[in-house]
Write a protein that binds this ligand. Structure first.
Ligand code: PMP
Length: 442
């Protein structure tokens, strides 16, 4: 008698568990694709009684919905034969022309030939990583950095190395030091990933002086810059900075998006890259998704052609400025001593540093219990950092909700500090485990 199931079923014996019979079949790169243990908490955090300062959802309620509906109808009735057909992987040429007009606002002089439309700038991040990164290749990124960029780099098994930043953005000397150390070890980085405006999660903006130095260092070391700029036009005070790409067209891949200046629902972003790189990105996009949603591109193209979109951004900015001001004033008025935070001139996020001895991730279940949510800082690092940090977003809740959310949060922090003072430590989180990146909710 045999016990080998192949002889009775014709199939190899399953090696995996009953929950996931394919657990032994995944590619090595899939091992890093794990859900965060705080994900379950965020299901609770989306209940109406919770003030969520966690998600980065743009407030699309300010959009002219009647007009959007009219554009959608006319794209269908007047351009249906094109809109409902396959398109190209590089994207609609008319939309790419419009994208060049948007980028001109930040000093970029580009040809539509070098633009590739992507499914949000997130797909551009994926395509660039796919084209450049082999397992073990070094990617440099600010500390902290955008969580889903970390996930993307990790999915391609990059060696993510952080470069320190402060209130003025990345520290040029830290970048130089890291590049010199890599060279001394016979290694080099493939690219430096930066979110130079109103960074996600830190809210800080790279100053003009530092932009020059960063570009000079990267040029000298032959390092490609990946400039991710979804928030640049959402400025509530101060002067717009020139894009890095504006001053270094051959050394920078620039990523843009309509998710924050129009709507994330269309999923339209783009990459502007030196021609040879752009050609590779188009081929990678073809294998990823064949062609774009022609329909969505035509709708966004018409919106840009017919609607005063610059005015619409101004309107968004007034709404977000009021919310940012509510957030900063509440923090100023209520936060306990020993807490500090950044003061963003635009974008969606404030980065808070808690008093010594407190851990934002450990504290999150108690915060959700008090009906306020935030994203703990640990998710924004590839290494074990950020325990004293949290990201607060002010884009979605109203000013009154923001004030109430901060009030609740301050109560939680004060309780936490009292526990620390009494017991010398604070309770551990209820579900310890792998320190997987936190989802960038929504
Ligand atoms: N980059 C950064 C820094 C972001 O914050 C986001 C959205 N949270 C993205 C890229 C991706 O945005 P989208 O794909 O919607 O363009």
């Amino acid at each position: 008698m045999t016990t080998d199931p192949r002889e009775t079923t014709g199939r190899p014996a399953p090696q995996g568990s009953r929950i996931d019979p394919y657990v032994d079949s995944y590619a090595a790169r899939a091992q890093g694709m794990v859900a965060s243990e705080v994900r379950a908490l965020f299901a609770v955090a989306s209940r109406p009684e919770v003030v969520s300062l966690a998600g980065g959802m743009p407030n699309v309620s300010a959009l002219p919905l009647e007009e959007m509906g009219d554009i959608v109808r006319r794209v269908t009735t007047e351009q249906g034969a094109t809109a409902l057909q396959y398109g190209s992987a590089q994207g609609d040429p008319a939309l790419r022309e419009r994208i060049c007009e948007v980028m001109a606002l930040e000093g970029i002089d580009a040809s539509a030939e070098d633009v590739i439309v992507t499914v949000g700038s997130q797909q551009a991040l994926d395509l660039v990583t796919r084209v450049f990164i082999d397992p073990g290749d070094v990617v440099l990124a600010e500390a902290p950095t955008y969580v889903t960029a970390i996930n993307t780099f990790a999915a391609f098994q990059a060696d993510i190395q952080h470069v320190a930043m402060d209130e003025e953005g990345v520290l040029p000397e830290a970048l130089e030091e890291r590049l010199t150390a890599l060279a001394a070890a016979g290694r080099r980085a493939k690219f430096f990933y930066t979110v130079p405006n109103f960074q996600n999660p830190a809210g800080v903006t790279l100053t003009a002086g530092r932009r020059r130095r960063v570009l000079e260092i990267c040029r000298r070391h032959g390092l490609l810059v990946l400039e991710d700029n979804p928030y640049g036009l959402l400025r509530y005070e101060g002067e717009a900075e020139r894009a890095l790409r504006a001053d270094a067209p051959d050394n920078v891949i620039y990523l843009g998006s309509f998710s924050k200046t129009l709507s994330p629902g269309f999923r339209i972003g783009w990459a502007l890259a030196p021609s040879a790189v752009r050609a590779k990105l188009v081929l990678a996009a073809e294998s990823a998704m064949l062609s774009h949603s022609t329909f969505n591109q035509l709708v966004v193209g018409r919106y840009l052609a017919e609607h005063p979109w610059r005015e619409q951004i101004k309107e968004f900015n007034e709404m977000y400025r009021e919310r940012r001001d509510a957030m900063l004033a509440s923090l100023e008025a209520m936060m306990p001593p020993g807490t500090s935070w950044t003061r963003p001139e635009g974008g969606f996020f404030v980065w808070v540093t808690l008093p010594e001895g407190l851990d934002a991730k450990a504290m999150l279940p108690r915060a959700v219990g008090e009906r306020v949510a935030y994203v703990p800082g640990t998710g924004f690092f590839a290494s074990d950092e950020g325990h004293r940090n949290m990201r607060l977003s002010f884009c979605y809740p109203t000013p009154a909700q923001i004030r109430e959310g901060v009030r609740r949060l301050v109560g939680v922090i004060e309780n936490e500090a009292a526990l620390r003072d009494t017991f010398g430590t604070t309770p551990a989180p209820p579900a310890p485990g792998g320190d997987a990146p936190t989802p960038d909710l929504p």
